[in-house]
Design a protein around this ligand. Sequence first.
Ligand code: AMP
Length: 282
Amino acid sequence: MRILTTISEVRAACRGARSPGECLGFVPTMGALHDGHLSLVRAAKASCGIVAASIFVNPTQFGPNEDLAKYPRSFERDCELLEREAVDLLFAPSVEEMYPQGAVTWVTVEELSGKLDGRSRPGHFRGVTTVVAMLCQIVEPDAAFFGQKDAAQVAIVRRMVRDLHMPIEIVACPIVRQADGLAMSSRNSYLDAQQRKQALVLYRSLTRVSELFNRGERNAARLIAAARKEFAAESSVRLDYFEIVNPENLDAVEDVSRGALVAVAAYVDTTRLIDNILLVPR
Ligand code: AMP
């Protein structure tokens, strides 16, 4: 695996690596890799002849009181993991490389960026879309792989690619969970053993909604009320939002007959966790 840190090297390497008819797959990450990230790499390897990944803890997607400074970093181990998955190229730029002095240009997906996490984290999705647009301009992939774990991010990146006519297929991969249901996340490393148990309420609330849906409940308000009960019983965890929305435009839905995205965010102490499920009518 080639590890490159400058934009010019990556651009040249990606252009040079490509032979006609071969697909270049791209997996953007912030590092501290786990099996969720690796599932994206494996999906990219399965459908693309060349796979590039990036590790960049993007400062512009963190709010002023968020965890940028303490975000977990494990670069050497990440490199070993990516090497083991036979990734061809890793782009690991510095902040200065990505944001040169005086950079004032943003990519913003209006409306959607103010929903779900965007409501609780103002500016977050503007940071995400700006960096994803930059990375895609540099790597020029045919397909980019994202986790359904960040469902709003998938919807927003899809919209950006569509609106800006970027010739990239966005592939969403299923959420990878621990055996007990907790969605894998780099932020799980902030949790101690007790908080780790408390965090299971996110998955429990989603499972409850899924059970009720499978039994025929189609009213979003009643599904949300049942999920909120689960949170009421786990008072150590502070619910940020529990919403049922259209997975494409992220607007709230009242009736889930045609399917919906059920998304939750909650704080376990100071650690903010998110999770979601898709309700799919049979
Ligand atoms: P991050 O490093 O948190 O920015 O995540 C990089 C990519 O990995 C994003 O597309 C995430 O949605 C995806 N990802 C993170 N956790 C998981 C997971 N548990 N299952 C599937 N994909 C994930």
